[in-house]
Structure formats: structure tokens, C-alpha cells
Design a protein around this ligand. Structure first.
Ligand code: SF4
Length: 191
């Protein structure tokens, strides 16, 4: 059986290994995390407060990271059509180009060397560790529609399935299903 310290040391070394290559693009690890978050978040989660909850960081720290990225023209702020006080953040074309050089690529290559069952077991263990840390810091657990109790699907013969979010009371597209969501609530199967 592995000592918990040994597991923690492996995670810390993986983290260092990832960001050794990051300096050439001039972005800090927190900024890369933010770009990755806004690329993967769904439309209900593209806000500074959702990012803070995802990372388990303070609103001030989140706004500092985001402000730097807006200044560098890597993130773009747009007003919510229903609530003008609310802003949505999206990647600019410059950021999308930069994302191709994301230092996480070396970690993705390392993860690709695992067999499928090893990847599933690793993902499960790491998710549990991360949830423990994020919840302790007052953050939230995000998830995908497929595992969420609010997903509704109307099957219609001969046509594409109709997806709907019962929480937001809005229709969902196929693309929405691939994004992480702050309003996620684990359904029975995934709880
Ligand atoms: S179904 Fe769940 S995860 Fe999907 S958009 Fe609705 S609340 Fe978010």
C-alpha cells in the first residue's frame, strides 16, 4: 500500500515537470489554468466567480489573474444580455493560438502512456484528492451534463436527441455536453 506522502510527492513532481517549459510563453501557471478553465467552461460558468470556485481561490486572486489576461488581450469580457452587472469571459483568437503551446501538453503525452484502466483509476484517485482540497477551501465541484441530475433528454425517433437543463431551464447543444458546469449536481449513477 502506498504512503499518502508518496502519492502527494508524485503529484507535486508532475506539477513541477509541467511548468518547467512554461516560461518561454511568459505566462504563470495560474494564468494557464485560467485559460484552460475558460476554454472548457460552459456558458453558465464563464464568470470570474465561477472560476474562483473552480480553483478554490478568493475572488480577489481570481480577479487579479483574469485582469492580467484581459490586459494581455487573451481574455475578452462581455456583458450578460439579461444582467448588465454580470460579465462573461471568453478566449480571444490570440489565446486560442497560444493554447496550442499549453505546457500541459507534456503531461497529456505522459498520461497517454497509461493503459485505459490505469487512466481511469488515476483520474478517479486524483479527482477525489482535488475535491477534498477544493471543498476545504470553499470551492465547488464541477462536472459534465452526462453525470448531472438536471440533464433531461427527449428521444425522438429518426431525429437528434433533444437535451435540456432543468436547472437553467434552457436547451443544451451537443457542444454544451462537453463543457464543465458550476451548477452540476451529481446524479444517482455518479454520486
Ligand atoms: S445539466 Fe447540469 S451540468 Fe448540464 S448545464 Fe445543467 S446544471 Fe450544468
Amino acid at each position: 500500500m502506498r504512503d499518502p506522502r508518496n502519492v502527494a510527492d508524485l503529484v507535486a513532481r508532475l506539477n513541477h515537470g509541467t511548468y518547467d517549459d512554461a516560461s518561454s510563453d511568459g505566462l504563470k501557471p495560474a494564468q494557464w489554468s485560467a485559460l484552460r478553465y475558460f476554454a472548457n467552461a460552459n456558458r453558465f460558468s464563464k464568470t470570474a466567480s465561477a472560476f474562483a470556485q473552480y480553483q478554490g481561490i478568493t475572488a480577489g486572486a481570481a480577479s487579479q489573474t483574469i485582469g492580467g489576461l484581459v490586459k494581455q488581450r487573451l481574455l475578452k469580457r462581455t456583458c450578460d444580455t439579461a444582467d448588465k452587472r454580470r460579465h462573461h469571459l471568453t478566449l480571444t483568437t490570440k489565446a486560442e493560438r497560444l493554447a496550442e503551446a499549453d505546457p500541459i501538453g507534456s503531461l497529456v503525452a505522459a498520461a497517454s502512456t497509461l493503459e485505459e484502466s490505469q487512466r481511469d483509476a488515476t483520474a478517479l484517485g486524483l479527482s477525489k484528492m482535488l475535491a477534498h482540497l477544493v471543498l476545504k477551501r470553499g470551492g465547488a465541484i464541477f462536472g459534465f451534463c452526462d453525470d448531472c441530475e438536471y440533464l433531461r433528454c427527449e428521444r425522438r425517433s429518426g431525429r437528434a436527441d433533444n437535451y435540456r437543463c432543468a436547472q437553467a431551464e434552457q436547451a443544451l447543444t451537443e457542444q454544451d455536453l462537453d463543457k464543465i458546469c458550476i451548477n452540476f449536481e451529481a446524479g444517482e449513477a455518479s454520486a
